[in-house]
Design a protein around this ligand. Structure first.
Ligand code: ZN
Length: 307
């Protein structure tokens, strides 16, 4: 099994989609875990014949039993196969997951331990946001610490000095891991960072300082006006950008189905998805902390309902 981890919005799906397209995990069983209920990534990973989406619970904690049950089933089915036996599972964890407990759960399961070897834990690292995540998010640090291999995404958008500093810091936090650079899923060479000064991270992050981040699912009205929605989203990020870690969802617009994603205060350019009926359309998931779900829903209603 390959475990693919990384913070929210670090580019895990982009990377995985590219690898599948290139045939890297040919024949693999792909499991995508989403902490929120909306399996948006499902639409993006089609083309993989063996795909399961585990939605509604992060597999390192509340969704762990579901993951273990699914893995039992995969192993069961495999033992019935006589030819073309499944050789690899790729697990894309939710951005809220610490891969550590997932790997431990597999290793300590009396059945799975005989069937599954976790061969590598790959962790995507966001070149633009990872330094601040390392400073402030215990989870960001845990993900880096457990990686066998760190893949630094979006390095074409990063400031060269910041990138060198991030690479030097990653090397200090997890000296044993390999580091690669990627741009839109393709491996690219990393700059030399041997002269860069690593960030001095606090010895221990005080986890009680920050309330945990949580997902909220918001249904948009059928008649949602795209402009009002965009105004609401920018206002939200502008005022609460440090609390809102991630926004993701599919919005139906006259131009088609738009995949909307933000990472911290960065809004990624909306991507038009293939036309298909999905009951998850016009649903967005907001992941963050420091607010109440009711207040978030009320503010959206106020803005988008006012059109
Ligand atoms: Zn978890």
């Amino acid at each position: 099994m390959t475990v693919l981890g990384g913070f929210l919005g670090s580019g895990k799906t982009t990377w995985l989609r590219h690898q599948l397209h290139e045939g890297v995990f040919k024949g693999a069983f792909v499991i995508v875990n989403e902490a929120a209920e909306t399996p948006v990534d499902d639409a993006l990973l089609q083309g993989s014949s063996n795909l399961a989406v585990l939605a509604g619970g992060c597999a390192c904690c509340v969704g762990k039993e579901d993951l273990i049950a699914l893995l039992h089933k995969i192993c069961d089915d495999r033992s019935k196969q006589t030819e073309h036996r499944l050789e690899r599972i790729v697990l894309e964890t939710s951005g809220l997951a610490d891969p550590g407990p997932i790997v431990e759960a597999i290793r300590t399961d009396p059945i799975l331990v005989h069937h599954i070897i976790v061969s590598e834990t790959l962790v995507m690292v966001d070149a633009l946001h990872a330094l601040s995540q390392l400073r402030s998010e215990p989870l960001g640090r845990k993900q880096i610490e457990i990686a066998d291999c760190m893949m630094v995404s979006k390095i074409d958008d990063a400031n060269p000095d910041d990138l060198a500093r991030l690479l030097a810091t990653l090397h200090v936090v997890n000296p044993g891991a390999q580091i690669f650079g990627t741009v839109k899923g393709t491996e690219v060479p990393l700059p030399d960072f041997s002269q860069a000064e690593p960030e001095h991270l606090a010895e221990v992050l005080n986890e009680v300082d920050l309330p945990p981040i949580f997902p909220s699912k918001l249904a948009l009205d059928e008649t949602i006006d795209w402009t009002s929605f965009s105004v609401w989203l920018s206002a939200l990020l502008h005022s609460r950008g440090n609390d809102i870690v991630r926004v993701k969802g599919v919005v139906r617009t006259p131009a088609g189905r738009l995949l909307v994603q933000t990472v911290r205060k960065v809004v990624q350019s909306p991507e038009i998805l293939p036309e298909q009926e999905s009951r998850e359309d016009n649903t967005i998931v907001v992941i963050g902390r420091g607010y109440r779900e009711e207040d978030l829903a009320r503010s959206l209603k106020y803005f988008a309902g006012a059109s």
